[in-house]
Design a protein around this ligand. Structure first.
Ligand SMILES: [Zn+2]
Length: 385
């Protein structure tokens, strides 16, 4: 009996060890694509915070940096295993998809006065000039623009005779952007995220229409992404339409040498890039603009039960991109306040292989900045629905 107990206990220990060790935190070395200088900087920047920083070389899919930091000691690689609302960074994928499905135009504008009301539903936004057309709507990250444009797309029966075909087509384009499924990185425990389709919306909401799901337009609602997926999305935009599956092995198998082409039309990329450049020049992340190279970026703030999460995704330089970056700081507040300046330092180190004296001073400041962890939304897994 005692022997049996010991065997059972040994099995449990082995199970727990395997479960815990299933999460892998890759480190730089001759076998990985990670750059030691970027890893060191990302670890410094995430000190006293919880979240992740990822950088990918768009031309190859090589992961140059992947750091996950937790304060709650749950051992989760947040870069690939945690799914969150993408918040406003999703407006980049929304632009690519809705433009390709003929649901956006360069001239149409939507009014926004700190948001809008629709049938007693209020969507909030920050103060900005109104009305806005597409490019400044990306730059200013206007919630009214993207919720209304998405609502109209779902409810426009001249575009699609039935709403389920509209949302399924939308989901197909989104998935081709590497969202809503594991990308296939050569690390275990990669999460799928969630891009809702008609079958899922039927199950979750019963009767639904453009109004009841319009939050999806601004990256809330059912949409969930991993930080890796956001970084890969930035790489797809940097490449103007394609990606290699991100990988950390320096000797990847043939799976990682196949180009994946997104379904978005070629003419959608210059538009979203102009919008992301607008965000850096005069929009939500103008504080990170530099004369050294042209950064294209998009901030995001994901609503959360505790303090909001701070998000940034982008790439640089605009014309010959060398690096795509995603930063996700849990409970970090507005994307512009924390994630964007951290990303700008990673971009500088990635391109220049060093930080200027001024940037090093800033890095020291961020290193000392503590972000208190309040409540973090549970990882939502829609795979079973
Ligand atoms: Zn607005």
């Amino acid at each position: 009996m005692e022997k049996l107990k010991r065997f059972a206990s040994a099995c449990l220990c082995l199970f727990l060890t395997l479960t815990v060790s299933a999460q892998v935190f890759p480190e730089p070395g001759e076998h990985t694509t990670l750059r030691a200088d970027l890893q060191t900087l990302a670890k410094r920047l995430l000190r006293n915070k919880q979240g992740s920083i990822i950088a990918i070389e768009p031309a190859t899919g090589k992961v140059l940096c992947m750091v996950s930091k937790d304060k709650v000691d749950d051992g989760i690689n947040r870069a690939i295993s945690m799914t969150y609302s993408p918040g406003s960074t999703f407006k980049t994928a929304q632009t690519l998809t809705l433009w390709s499905l003929h649901a956006l135009s360069m001239t149409k504008s939507y009014p926004c006065h700190k948001g809008f009301y629709y049938n007693k539903v209020h969507i909030g936004c920050h103060p900005h000039h109104s009305p806005l057309t597409l490019i400044p709507a990306i730059g200013q990250s206007c919630n009214s623009y993207f919720c209304k444009a998405f609502q109209e797309f779902v409810d426009d029966r001249t575009l699609y005779p039935v709403k389920s075909t509209a949302i399924d087509d939308w989901a197909r384009f989104m998935r081709s952007l590497g969202l809503g499924h594991p990308l296939g990185i050569d690390l275990p425990e990669e999460a799928a995220g969630c891009i809702p389709d008609a079958a899922m919306l039927d199950k979750l909401h019963g009767a639904w229409n453009g109004t009841t799901i319009m939050w999806v337009g601004m990256g809330q609602g059912e949409v969930r992404t991993t930080p890796l997926q956001l970084c890969n999305l930035a790489a797809i935009i940097a490449n103007r339409g394609w990606y290699y599956i991100p990988h950390v092995s320096n000797h990847p198998d043939s799976t990682y040498l196949v180009k994946h082409h997104a379904l978005a039309h070629a003419d959608a990329y210059p538009i979203v890039i102009k919008g992301m450049r607008n965000a850096v020049l005069s929009g939500t992340c103008k504080s990170i603009n530099t004369l050294m190279y042209k950064i294209c970026g998009k901030t995001g703030t994901a609503e959360n039960k505790g303090h909001d999460h701070s998000i940034f995704m982008g790439f640089a330089p605009m014309d010959y991109p060398k690096v795509a970056v995603a930063v996700y700081v849990e409970n970090g507040g507005f994307g512009a306040d924390l994630a964007a300046p951290l990303a700008s330092l990673i971009i500088e180190q990635a391109i220049n292989h060093k930080l200027s004296a001024k940037s090093e001073y800033r890095a020291r400041g961020w290193e000392k900045t503590t972000v208190k962890i309040t409540k973090v939304e549970q990882v939502v897994n829609f795979d079973d629905l």
